[in-house]
Write a protein that binds this ligand. Structure first.
Ligand code: CMX
Ligand code: CO
Length: 151
């Protein structure tokens, strides 16, 4: 089944979930839902250790994931957010074929992006974020999957 929408955002790439202990949370997702780890990495720039749990492939050649995020630094965005909110859903990420063009288009509608240029995200992807205060209280990540990525 294909989508009839004309949006450049063609999948829910992932839901980002903040957790205190990545290993314990990974085990919870495995034992409770049967989701296995597809990929694990440390992103120094974002200040996180993360696990991507693949949920399903999507109609645009990509996939949807749960992204579990454990802070590795007290000054990271995730640590700061958890100090206020505890564990839980931190952001939603939409997939797009061209993160730069999509960000420019949305910024043109008066919504702030967080970075002037896309940065490196999970699995070599290129990412940017939209400010939650301009997006009805939701931190939105825009994701362009890496070239030749198997997902
Ligand atoms: N969802 C919704 N609202 C959020 C939010 C979130 N995840 N994070 C912050 N906010 C809100 C706060 O509640 C606050 O609102 P009030 O002013 O009404 O209290 C406001 O935004 C400012 O928040 P803050 O706590 O003062 O935090 P900062 O402004 O310092 O940082 C943000 C907020 C979004 C700019 C920062 O978290 C950021 O740069 N995020 C992007 C990077 C990131 O999240 N990396 C981790 C994930 C990496 C990955 O996915 O790969
Ligand atoms: Co993310």
């Amino acid at each position: 089944m294909s989508s009839s929408q004309s949006s450049p955002l063609t999948r829910i790439d992932h839901i980002g979930i903040a957790c205190r202990n990545l290993d314990e949370t990974v085990e919870f997702y495995r034992a409770t839902y049967g989701f296995e780890v597809f990929h694990c990495e440390v992103n120094e720039e974002q200040g996180v250790r993360e696990a991507m749990l693949k949920i399903n492939d999507t109609g645009d050649g990509g996939a949807s994931y749960i992204q579990l995020l454990e802070p590795i630094r007290e000054d990271s965005a995730i640590a700061k957010w958890m100090a206020k909110n505890g564990e839980g859903v931190h952001h939603i990420a939409f997939g797009t074929a061209d993160v730069t063009a999509t960000t420019t288009d949305i910024v043109g509608k008066g919504i702030r992006s967080l970075y002037p240029e896309a940065r490196r995200g999970s699995m070599g992807s290129s990412i940017n974020f939209l400010h939650p205060k301009d997006a009805h209280g939701v931190l939105v990540e825009l994701v362009q999957a890496a070239e030749g990525d198997e997902h």
